[in-house]
Design a protein around this ligand. Structure first.
Ligand code: ATP
Ligand code: MG
Length: 409
């Protein structure tokens, strides 16, 4: 039996790289005061269908919805923000703002599997709730940048940024855009024709060739921003300048979900073909109130852990182990105690389970062990062991109680 199309068994180097991505992410964002949250992997379908926008790709095509045995419509989470905001509201966290959360875990989307695009994938993301000022945007983007920097990837990515402005600016832009798109109605894809009334902004994000051609000459968002929105965006960019974070203003950048306003951004690379966005986010000032939680601002991002892991080219190596090798049955118990002691002291230890001496040494080398502690019957009688350096081949007899002192890695 095989696993379902678009899902993978993760182990070995691929899993180690993903773990490096998530542990690096956690270490970075914890310095900014973010705490981990874990929300359920499935939610009531409305949590997503009502809040991501009913013309978004996720809601129209990609959600894994099912009825449970009690007849509830549930959905495997396709993204993290809606669940975190739902948790924020349902746990009444509005009293103590700001709230800063990070999460990591599997997301599910029914899409066409290809390199960097799975049906089950992992996101590492952050949400900052309750800060209206551009300081939040700057902090959150700089955190994303530091995350990539700590992974050694900042040289390979571009920070793309745009502003969608506030509600007034969006309305003004929408009017301009609709009248432009109406002039080009016949050139649009079927999907986009349908979206024109419901959510024309989404057409800017379309992946269809014919739409892209029309969008090329569409009015620019920046021309519709009101004074407040312009100032907000300028402040965000100024903050990034102050921190020396390079970015590219991309006037065509919109995000696929309805809840974004003001700042939207993506970290992109040209190393992953069509799946070049490794991290994406933005401000979502209307989302909390839409979910019944009051007028509270929010901003966040999510990184694709598999895509980031694919960019890590060096293998992620574990610390080299020490091999503990008993020679002869009667030394097994002593070896067990020594292995335990070494582990308590913080070393990674591989016990040798079976085989003759030669085989055991070969196995230790295969495990990339740095040293071997060889325990023979006679030595054991004298409370001694042989410590062998597996790189140089040098070995010496030492007292067992001196082992920890002798092993310096
Ligand atoms: P795309 O344009 O590639 O479909 P998206 O806009 O749908 O991306 P988001 O919803 O913003 O993606 O998710 C944030 C990040 O999660 C993406 O930048 C990407 O790195 C990752 N991601 C999204 N969908 C998938 C997927 N199906 N498989 C693997 N990673 C994904
Ligand atoms: Mg997508």
């Amino acid at each position: 039996m095989q696993c379902v199309r678009g899902t993978y068994d993760l182990y070995g180097d691929a899993k180690r790289k993903m773990k490096k991505v998530t542990t690096t992410g956690a270490a970075v964002v914890e310095k900014y005061g973010f705490e981990e949250i874990e929300t359920p992997i499935f939610e009531f379908t409305e949590v997503f269908s009502r809040n991501l926008g009913d013309t978004s790709d996720i809601v129209t095509k990609e959600m894994y919805c099912f009825n449970d045995k009690g007849g509830e419509s549930l959905t495997l989470r396709p993204e993290g923000t809606a669940g975190v905001v739902r948790a924020f509201v349902s746990n009444g966290m509005q009293q103590n703002l700001p709230v800063k959360f990070y999460y990591s875990g599997p997301m599910f989307r029914y899409e066409r599997p290809q390199k960097g695009r799975q049906r089950q994938f992992t996101q590492f993301g952050v949400e900052l709730l309750g800060v209206e000022s551009p300081q939040a945007d700057i902090e959150v983007i700089s955190m994303a940048y530091e995350f990539l920097e700590k992974l050694g990837l900042s040289g390979q990515v571009t920070v793309e940024i745009n502003s969608l402005g506030d509600a007034e600016s969006r309305d003004a832009y929408r009017t301009k855009l609709v009248s432009y798109l109406k002039e080009h109605f016949n050139e649009l894809s079927e999907d986009s024709k349908n979206r024109l009334d419901k959510n024309p902004l989404r057409i800017l994000d379309s992946k269809e060739e014919c739409d892209k051609i029309v969008v090329e000459n569409a009015p620019l968002y920046s021309e519709s921003l009101n004074e407040t929105s312009r100032k907000f965006f300028a402040d965000v960019l100024k903050g990034l300048d102050l921190l020396g974070i390079k970015y590219r203003v991309n006037n065509r950048l919109v995000r696929g979900l309805d809840y974004y306003s003001h700042t939207v951004f993506e970290l992109t690379t040209d190393k992953l073909g069509a799946q070049g966005t490794v991290l994406a986010g933005g401000r979502y000032d209307g989302l909390v109130s839409q979910m019944g939680g009051g007028n509270i601002a929010g901003i966040g991002w999510a990184g694709g852990v598999e895509r980031l892991a694919m960019l890590l080219d060096e293998n992620v190596d574990l610390p080299r182990p020490i091999a503990v090798i008993p020679v002869g049955e009667d030394t097994n118990d002593f070896a067990l105690q020594i292995a335990y002691k070494l582990r308590l002291a913080g070393f990674r230890v591989e016990q040798s389970y079976s085989g003759n001496m030669k085989k055991r040494i070969t196995k230790a080398n295969k495990l990339n062990a740095v040293k071997a502690v060889i325990i023979g019957s006679e030595e054991m009688e004298n409370n001694e062991v042989t410590l062998k350096d597996l790189d140089s081949g040098e070995q010496k007899n030492i007292k067992a109680e001196n082992l920890l002192k002798e092993i310096t890695l």
